[in-house]
Design a binder for this molecule. Structure first.
Ligand code: 13P
Ligand code: SF4
Length: 369
């Protein structure tokens, strides 16, 4: 679902007034009590980019891959209240049973990157790419995409990837076909293919606004076709930020998420998924110095958890992912109280045909993960 579709739904799904006047203590106490009453009938996954005020109530925290795995494994909980963004809740709905209900506490928690690829654009691109390359292309989509895009990949022999397993999935894709079509994050696609040895000159960019392939060179050389999408959070880390850190803290190590652009990843000391970044800092010696290039809620939490290390955000003016931040304590409480009162609000239910095809793509990933 894109932002406009979500906005059209917000009239029925806005937070009732009473939650804006409740104290934080009262809201926390109520969430605790409801969790206790539901017991294992309720499961709350929380992405690492979520605010602390909801992460403290998460039954599992993780990156996109870990949360997809825990959702797939949980067959007990009737209600899955997903603290993350829309595509993650869709994935949870696809991976759980028909009896389980997935709720996203605030429907406005979308992902600007996922919105950069819609299925109509993708269906337009596919025959054009076939005209150019014949049947030599396998589609892969970052999980940060709509269920419809995952379904497109599923029915065309492709798979989903996360930033934790992108390398393994791209390597697998090349065992299936000569070329890959990587949606919707050009940066994750480019960084991953580059790490696997594909030269930048062998990568082209598909522009879904103009339906054209951006490439200079011999078309036969193209191995990777990158969808022209990006993360509006991670694009805010720049080479200038890196130069500033190198100048002011020459002994600081720089680690970034692969949603950052190629130039930033290349100029950093290390790059990896949120899980990779968390583990790198955990395993680093006391006294070590780090500049981290990823979402700010996570960077703040890492800073709090490691007082023995000197950690800063690579971009000092960085802010959290605004759509992740839509999920807050009032929305979580509202979702839970509604479930207790027998009214299911903000239920995420993927169309059955789309879910079946998307599951093919997700299962191909989970089998290799
Ligand atoms: P991972 O959780 O796969 O690291 O991705 C980060 C992200 O942007 C989630 O929206
Ligand atoms: Fe989407 Fe970027 Fe926010 Fe992740 S951090 S949810 S990719 S906008």
């Amino acid at each position: 679902m894109n932002i406009l579709e979500m906005a059209s739904q917000t009239a029925q799904i806005t937070l009732p007034e009473r939650y804006s006047t409740m104290s934080r203590e009262e809201m926390e106490a109520r969430v605790r009590e409801i969790k206790e009453r539901f017991g294992d009938q309720l499961f709350i996954p929380g992405h690492h980019y979520q605010k602390d005020e909801v992460v403290i109530f998460s039954d599992a925290t993780g990156d996109s891959l870990q949360l997809a795995q825990v959702a797939a494994q949980n067959t007990k909980a009737k209600y899955i209240v997903f603290c993350g963004v829309h595509f993650m809740a869709e994935t949870a709905d696809i991976l759980t049973t028909d009896e389980q209900v997935v709720v996203l506490p605030d429907m406005r928690a979308g992902c600007s990157m996922a919105d950069m690829a819609d299925i109509e654009q993708t269906e337009r691109a596919w025959p054009k790419l076939h005209e150019l390359f014949g049947d030599t292309i396998l589609p892969l989509t970052y999980v940060n995409s709509t269920a419809a895009i995952k379904a497109f990949c599923g029915r065309n022999g492709g798979a989903t990837v996360t930033s934790s397993n992108a390398k393994a999935m791209v390597a697998w894709a090349f065992t299936q076909k000569e070329r890959i079509f990587f949606l919707p994050d050009q940066h994750l696609g480019r960084n991953t293919a580059y790490d696997l040895g594909v030269p930048l000159e062998h990568m082209a960019v598909w522009d879904p606004q103009t339906d054209t392939l951006e490439y200079e060179g011999n078309i036969e050389d193209i191995k990777v076709i990158l969808w022209k999408g990006h993360c509006s959070v991670h694009q805010n880390f720049t080479v200038k930020n890196i130069e500033n850190v190198r100048k002011n803290h020459p002994d600081m190590k720089i680690i970034v998420h692969p949603e950052c652009c190629r130039e930033v990843v290349a100029a950093s000391d290390d790059a990896g998924s949120t899980k990779y970044i968390i583990e790198a800092i955990e395993n680093a010696p006391a006294g070590s110095k780090w500049a981290i290039g990823t979402e700010m809620n996570l960077v703040k939490r890492i800073i709090d958890q490691h007082p023995d290390k000197h950690i800063v955000s690579l971009n000092p003016y960085m802010c959290p992912c605004l759509t992740m931040n839509r999920i807050d304590l009032p929305h979580l409480l509202w979702a839970l109280e509604s479930l207790e009162n027998g009214e299911e609000v903000n239920v995420i239910q993927v169309n059955q045909k789309i879910a079946e095809e998307a599951l093919l793509a997700l299962d191909r990933m989970l089998a290799l993960a």
